[in-house]
Design a protein around this ligand. Sequence first.
Ligand SMILES: Nc1ncnc2c1ncn2[C@@H]1O[C@H](COP(=O)(O)OP(=O)(O)O)[C@@H](O)[C@H]1O
Ligand SMILES: O=P(O)(O)O[C@H]1O[C@H](CO)[C@@H](O[C@H]2O[C@H](CO)[C@@H](O)[C@H](O)[C@H]2O)[C@H](O)[C@H]1O
Length: 470
Amino acid sequence: MSEAVTRPATAGPGLLASLDPLLREWLPRQRWFAGKGRPVTGFSLVAATELLPAGGKLGLYHLLVQVHQPLTHGTGPGDCYQLLIGEREALPPRLAPALIGHVTEGPLTGRTVYEALYDPRPAGLLLEALRTRARIGGLRFERDPRQEVRSGLVPRAVTAEQSNSSVVYGDTFILKLLRRIVPGVNPDLELPLALAREGCPRVPAPTAWLLAELSGQSYVLGVLQPYIQGAADGWELALRELAKGQDFAAEARALGRATAEVHTALARALPTVTLGHIQLRSMVDGMLERLDAAAQAVPALRTYAPGLRSAFQALADLAAEGHTWTAQRVHGDLHLGQCLRSPAGGPSHAFGSGGEWSLIDFEGEPARPLAERRMPQPTVRDVAGMLRSFDYAAHSVRPSVPGWAESCRAAYCSGYAEIDGRDPRNDPVLLRAYETDKAVYEVVYEARHRPDWLPVPLSAVRRLASSHLT
Ligand SMILES: Nc1ncnc2c1ncn2[C@@H]1O[C@H](COP(=O)(O)OP(=O)(O)O)[C@@H](O)[C@H]1O
Ligand SMILES: O=P(O)(O)O[C@H]1O[C@H](CO)[C@@H](O[C@H]2O[C@H](CO)[C@@H](O)[C@H](O)[C@H]2O)[C@H](O)[C@H]1O
């Protein structure tokens, strides 16, 4: 493994010529590929780092690749993706699912290339580099010096549906490699670090992270954090209870408390601002623009657009009357799948007693620009995300359990108020606007990624478009 920290970072010329035809076919099939539905017309190499030399038993490249695609609106440089590419003479059967293809062009002709994150040796090499705080070409492997990482922890790929890709090491750490990368500070590292500084026990503190320095710009490529052993996510737990016809209100209330604890710590750690008329107007304009774009992309949304617009307009009207709201850094894409509960009485690392809720994945909505994801926002945004999630769970089981979502939604808001002192339901116009914005996002997300699920957010759209405030 020592070669990871000593090998110079140069990738052979023509590498992309070998990979191009294979990536065109493979990339759009990946869950984390954000450009689905638009043809891939080419690639350019942003950076290539040779982690193990090509042509031997196992060659390994860390690549940042820009994918050329026609954009929906205008032109642009195309999204940049992080890839860890292995190349061998042949793949052992255990790696068959990781196959990208057999190379027929360029310098790797005759070799087999594959997704190397799912191969224990390359995955182990990344951990070793983080452990030893290696510098390899433009790659900087950083570690919190107060947190130790044992060498030799056995890697295992996470197979869950993800927007990025993760590997668990010895049930001790989990490394998330970000797939679509953008220059700048990534909230998925920034916010957990800030929360760790505040001593907030609700979020696993980053142990180590991977950065790239390219042409004077910094990119966050990955984050290693303690793995919560035996944890179940809120989505799994909710569906389990629903299947038994069981109420989930006590857990929902605990989740409301956990959310408020994280919000309180974020407000202490990072600046808060007051949103006045001008900021509110531009926020509402953003919501209206997203709705228009969504209605363009998903025809089923069009008939509800006037009703949905009224939810945003009501917020603009309040702002025009002089109402102001406090904004702060928030999670930005909070839903049941982002909440992990450690087993009662079981191991939970440094997270206090067993059976506690933790929040993960502070990346925000991956499709939104980084600057927008890092802007202070009303905390109601996260609350709305969770309320939507209870609704999602209730709509995804048959037979339905009457009143289940409503009881969770109420309990969650009560739990939130127990910590924060303010009940999100006391701000109905703001809450409806954010729930509507989220449901519109979900319609687009489902149309793009899981068309069978489209009826779930559409049912909320129907409700939100016709709900009139009393
Ligand atoms: N600290 C952790 N402990 C245990 N499991 C985790 C932890 N962080 C993430 N996971 C698991 O990995 C999955 C993906 O993590 P997440 O941060 O949501 O990635 P993505 O941004 O790719 O969706 C989660 O759904 C969860 O099951
Ligand atoms: O994978 P991410 O955490 O980045 O989030 C994206 O995918 C989510 C689905 O996996 C999506 O969430 C939507 O579906 C969930 C059920 O699968 C539900 O609990 C959420 O409330 C609903 O928004 C999320 O929106 C998307 O950004």
